[in-house]
Design a binder for this molecule. Structure first.
Ligand code: SF4
Length: 359
């Protein structure tokens, strides 16, 4: 079943559908309200009309997300949620809400940015409450017992994903790069009741990873399943871990059994790994990269960065410098969604992998 078919089948069951833009948001609150988040990261379409509404230096994630709306391909959704991920998302939210007129309810979620001051937790807790209150006006009251169940389910899923990442780092997960990220990314639109069994089934299958040549770490915003991951599979390169915005950077550390689900969600937010879109310092990001490299045995890092992604590009020179000081090779790819992977880029990846072979 395709993503669209799945979403429409849920709608037929009376589930509400929410288009959610990147990257971090409290999905458990949506689940508890019988709202299915359909995350909008990389719709497969060329931005044609969207460019008339945006500056030319806006990233292709925002361009294609806006294009999706302008082409009427989100008409079956019931609402939109815009987390305050970066200026570009904020800009798009304003274009859609204030100028074009989305003709659907729009919700906004402001999470605090690092360095976190004394009031950050209280602020985040307040944002959760405000979001829940405003959503309840459209989707009905939020049952605290159901929310607690969904928070526990979110924690269970976080455990499973962490387990899968660990298996992958040990070479004990027999999934290609393409199939692994397909499984992880199914959480961008599946209800947890449908996603968790798939993760559980995979976590039980201890199989050796196919005879791979070299493990690497993938950093950046999102994996590009059609091109880069396929190329890495063809080259028998294992993505042993990642530091991707829509990958491990959204992984919460399952916590204690807090009685208040809002407290648990707050704890989860502050447990996530450092991220450029949450204002983390380069030092924290560098230490996180080193930790992932150490635990996964990655021999090099590929930064797959979306063109014009300001938050990421600010950090890249310093991160590359730190890796170089430790003797860890890295490669930076400047990619655009739906523009294909040029032969030149493929050649650079192949040459990089060859240097890792020799290192
Ligand atoms: S790619 Fe970067 S600039 Fe674009 S939406 Fe994501 S975080 Fe924002």
């Amino acid at each position: 079943m395709t993503r669209k078919e799945y979403l429409l089948s849920q709608k037929k069951r009376g589930i509400h559908l929410m288009g959610v833009f990147p990257a971090q948001y409290p999905r458990e609150i949506l689940w508890a309200l019988n709202v299915l988040p359909a995350e909008i990261w990389d719709p497969p379409l060329q931005a044609t009309t969207a460019s008339a509404h945006l500056q030319s230096y806006i990233c292709s994630i925002v361009q294609s997300g806006l294009e999706l709306i302008l082409q009427g391909k989100t008409d079956f959704l019931d609402a939109f949620l815009f987390p305050h991920t970066c200026d570009s998302i904020q800009n798009m939210a304003s274009v859609i809400f204030d100028y074009i007129g989305a003709q659907k309810p729009c919700y906004f979620f402001y999470h605090p940015k690092a360095p976190y001051g004394a009031a950050a937790r209280e602020f985040y807790r307040q944002q959760l409450g405000d979001l829940a209150d405003s959503l309840s006006k459209q989707f009905g009251p939020l049952d605290p017992i159901v929310l607690k169940e969904k928070v526990e389910q979110g924690q269970h899923i976080a455990h499973l994903i962490e387990e899968l990442y660990q298996m992958r780092a040990r070479g004990a997960l027999g999934l290609s790069n393409v199939n692994f990220y397909d499984l992880i990314r199914r959480g961008e639109y599946l209800f947890p009741d449908d996603w968790a069994p798939e993760l559980e089934k995979q976590a039980k299958q201890q199989e050796e990873a196919e005879n791979f040549r070299v493990p690497i770490l993938l950093s950046g915003v999102l994996p590009n399943p059609v091109d880069l991951l396929q190329l890495l599979d063809d080259l028998r390169v294992l993505v042993a871990h990642d530091d991707l915005l829509n990958g491990s950077r959204r992984l919460i550390v399952p916590g204690n059994d807090f009685k208040d689900p809002f407290e648990q969600l707050t704890e989860s937010y502050f447990s996530m790994p450092p991220c450029s879109t949450r204002g983390s310092s380069v030092a924290r990001r560098r230490d996180y990269l080193f930790k992932l490299i150490e635990t996964s045995g990655a021999r090099g890092v590929i930064f797959n960065i979306v063109k014009f992604c300001e938050p990421e590009w600010f950090d890249i020179p310093n991160l590359q410098e730190s890796l170089k000081e430790r003797g860890i090779p890295s490669l930076v790819l400047d990619t655009e969604l739906n523009q294909g992977f040029s032969g030149q880029m493929a050649t650079r990846v192949e040459a990089f992998i060859e240097t890792l072979d020799r290192s």
